[in-house]
Write a protein that binds this ligand. Structure first.
Ligand SMILES: [Fe+2]
Ligand SMILES: [Fe+2]
Length: 303
């Protein structure tokens, strides 16, 4: 399959736009807890009319912490996957090797960046926030699937970060500047990652029999189900964290509304916004047109 992207061009762009963790956090670069961390399209706190504006802000920040943690978590399986994918052809195309190793290095850097932001959050937020995991266990479960299934999940995640920044973050001037800077810098490097994921998905599918492509697509759906189960658990944790942080005890009806609104919010954030990305669907459609139609159908539950 002739790709629309190339390792050489992607590497050249990556080398031009690269940044250091030290440029983004540390010293006087601090989180401002008087501001929201996530845009409303991801946090969806406004429909929760039983909360005060201060409580909505606290919930937005809890979701922001969840964002740091969840990206750290998915990058825990992206990094080993990349190394495994690069290794068998280290003596092939030099641009391929360099682009993939740089990609891996950037993901290791992103893991560190998200961790540093998470530490800064914990230092500034009044109470602890619970999270799903441990990340290594989730990574092991994801990586037990076929490489084509895993690469489709990674492709979806990287296009998703593009959408988050361009559609919701870039023009939102109410956000904490530090958190916004994190999302902007992540977006800058993920733009190359999404292209490299496309190249990896194409290479893996070219080497697959029709039955293996079928298996890859069903593994993609299985991993999506696994992640969705984790996200629903995260909503329960967020509700506990919210009650702990605000001292407010939600009654049964409020808990049900919290669960319903935040489940849709978190599903859109980490699944729907990637599943419906036109570039992701384009790659899946090239692989198998019927799979694209299935994913479009499935995505309705996550939007
Ligand atoms: Fe990343
Ligand atoms: Fe990435």
């Amino acid at each position: 399959m002739k790709s629309r992207y190339s390792y050489k061009e992607t590497l050249e762009t990556a080398e031009k736009v690269g940044w250091r963790v030290e440029d983004i956090i540390g010293g006087d670069k601090r989180l401002d807890f008087t501001r929201p961390f996530l845009p409303e399209s991801l946090a969806r706190v406004e429909p929760m009319d039983f909360l005060s504006s201060e409580e909505k802000l606290v919930l937005n920040q809890i979701r922001g912490y969840g964002y740091l943690y969840t990206f750290g978590l998915v990058e825990e399986f992206i990094l080993p996957f990349l190394l495994d994918h690069a290794r068998p052809q280290l003596n092939g195309d030099d641009y391929r090797t360099r682009a993939l190793l740089r990609f891996a290095g950037e993901e290791a850097k992103h893991i560190q960046l998200f961790k540093q932001f998470a530490t800064e959050f914990k230092n500034g937020f009044a109470t602890p926030c619970d999270t799903i995991g441990p990340p290594q266990e989730i990574a092991r479960a994801v990586l037990s699937h076929s490489p084509l299934g895993v690469v489709l999940v990674i492709l979806q995640i990287e296009w998703m970060t593009q959408r988050h920044y361009l559609d919701s973050v870039r023009d939102d001037h109410a956000l904490d500047p530090q958190f916004k800077s994190l999302l902007r810098h992540h977006w800058i490097e993920e733009a190359q990652h999404a292209k490299l994921d496309t190249l990896m998905a194409e290479a893996l599918s070219d080497a697959c029999s029709p039955a293996e492509v079928e298996k890859g697509i069903s593994d993609y759906a299985a991993i999506g189900g696994l992640l969705d189960g984790g996200l629903r658990q995260q909503v329960e944790f967020d509700m506990q964290s919210f009650q702990r942080a605000t001292g407010r005890e939600l009654n049964r009806a409020e808990q049900d509304r919290f669960r319903a609104i935040q489940t849709q919010a978190i599903r859109w954030t980490y699944l729907g916004s990637g599943m419906t990305h036109p570039k992701f669907l384009e790659t899946v459609g090239d692989l198998r047109p019927a799979a694209r139609a299935n994913i479009e159908q499935m995505a309705r539950a996550f939007c």
